[in-house]
Design a protein around this ligand. Sequence first.
Ligand code: ADP
Length: 165
Amino acid sequence: MKIAVYPGSFDPITNGHLDIVYRCLDIFDIIYIAIAVNSSKKTLFTLEERKELIEKVINTKAELKKKVKVVVFTNLLVNFAKEVNAKTIIRGIRAVTDFEYEYAIYQVNRELAPEIDTFFLMASREYSFISSSIIKEVARYGKILENYAPQEVNQALLKKFGYIK
Ligand code: ADP
């Protein structure tokens, strides 16, 4: 059984994140979308809201529902991976700016747990400029970028900023 963990803040999940998950479906049997409790990042959505949103999106797609589980993890990423028997961490890379950060984290994780490796996927061209930060910034002013995030997420953003009930 090939088990992988896809960690991140997912504040909120975007079509860029989902593209990475879709592309991993044929490679892994189980993919844990693992929401990190990151004390240094101020998030718009609470952990519960982020988890609920991802679950809502996953549940609308049969192919995702079969293989993807959504969890929140509070411990060190490699320890969480070991707990769920995952040998692989999935990360996406958009630009060179992502690379430097990802490479550093990768080295640290290898040092902590040499038996766990990281699988990097380059962002698809159409999603390479999508980030949670951008969609939040635009939604703050009541605008939605239609193809950047699932409909459930766009609704939640407008609600969060008080544009819809
Ligand atoms: P973190 O706070 O750990 O960076 P994010 O939720 O921002 O968490 O992202 C989780 C992972 O998804 C990271 O590896 C990030 O590089 C990747 N990612 C984010 N947006 C995209 C995108 N548009 N295309 C591909 N990968 C992405």
